[in-house]
Write a protein that binds this ligand. Structure first.
Ligand code: HEC
Length: 251
């Protein structure tokens, strides 16, 4: 390049030197091209004596194709994180993150899970300001009583029997005899007491908080009240129109 740009002595000389110098000017480029062709050929057909070139080709091939392919493979395999293989703590596994070293965390104090506010104290505990409630916390209907009867016969009658006297089948087979619901103390007990006994258990009687939801516990308590009333009812307790039917019936 520098030689061709140098000013020539005469115009004829200039043309001559351009002709002569042109191939020389491209010589390094052509040599490189020939080398590449040669090495490519030697990759396909390795020749005796050109093992350096062949090795170079293999290395080049590895660098150009195999390494990126291996990289992609790693990337793809690395991204496939199985669901079972997620970063997580096994139960009771130690944690280096929390100060107390425990990975199992307690909820922040006063946290209430959604739908678990249970703000109605009387309905959920049977107590109002610490004292047992004396009335059902929702209106009493025939459906509530029927539901209470059905649940009582499932969960309570095996020990307390269907009349509430306490001679259920489990008691007949040796379980501790519960008091009859018809004793004066339990007749005078506020309805919240029955809810409380079902919620927390009583002496050797287990609690039924898990098996019987709060509304059903109240329905059972209402039915126990009906059982108690049935033992001590007088004709005056029967509504007038029903009383006539009752009195008309022959014993
Ligand atoms: C496995 C038998 C068994 C079942 C089932 C059972 N109880 Fe009892 N219950 C007892 C026994 C035994 C006692 C007496 C416990 C004691 O005094 O140690 C008792 C006592 C009671 C008392 C009297 C508490 C008091 O103040 O003396 C009530 C009320 C009561 N049960 C209600 C229920 C209700 C309601 C159910 C059904 C949800 C039920 N029980 C189911 C065995 C049972």
């Amino acid at each position: 390049m520098s030689r061709s740009s140098r000013p020539a002595a005469g115009s004829g000389q200039k043309a001559q030197s351009a002709e002569r110098e042109a191939p020389e000017r491209h010589a390094p480029c052509a040599r490189r091209y020939a080398l590449v062709l040669k090495s490519a050929g030697s990759w396909q057909q390795p020749q005796a004596g050109s093992w350096q070139i062949a090795a170079g080709s293999v290395l080049r091939f590895a660098a150009c194709c195999l390494l990126p392919a291996a990289g992609w493979l790693l990337l793809v395999v690395g991204c496939q994180q199985q669901m079972a293989d997620q970063p997580r703590y096994e139960p009771l596994r130690r944690s280096a993150f929390f100060d107390d070293g425990s990975s199992a965390r307690l909820p922040v104090p006063d946290t209430v899970a959604r739908g678990h506010l249970n703000a109605d104290e009387a309905f959920y505990t049977g107590r109002a300001k610490g004292a047992l409630v004396g009335t059902l916390p929702f209106p009493l209907t025939r459906e509530v009583l029927q539901r209470g009867e059905e649940r009582f016969n499932v969960f309570c009658a095996p020990c307390h029997d269907r009349t509430g006297s306490g001679n259920g089948m489990i008691v007949q087979r040796g379980f501790r005899h519960p008091p009859s619901y018809h004793i004066e103390r339990l007749r005078q007990a506020p309805i919240g007491h029955f809810f409380d006994v079902m919620t927390h258990g009583f002496g050797s009687m287990p609690d039924y908080a898990d098996q019987v939801p709060p509304r059903d516990r109240w329905a059972i308590a209402a039915y126990i009240r009906a059982l108690q009333l049935s033992r001590n009812a007088t004709p005056a307790d029967v509504p007038p129109q029903e009383r006539q039917t009752l009195q008309g019936e022959k014993p």
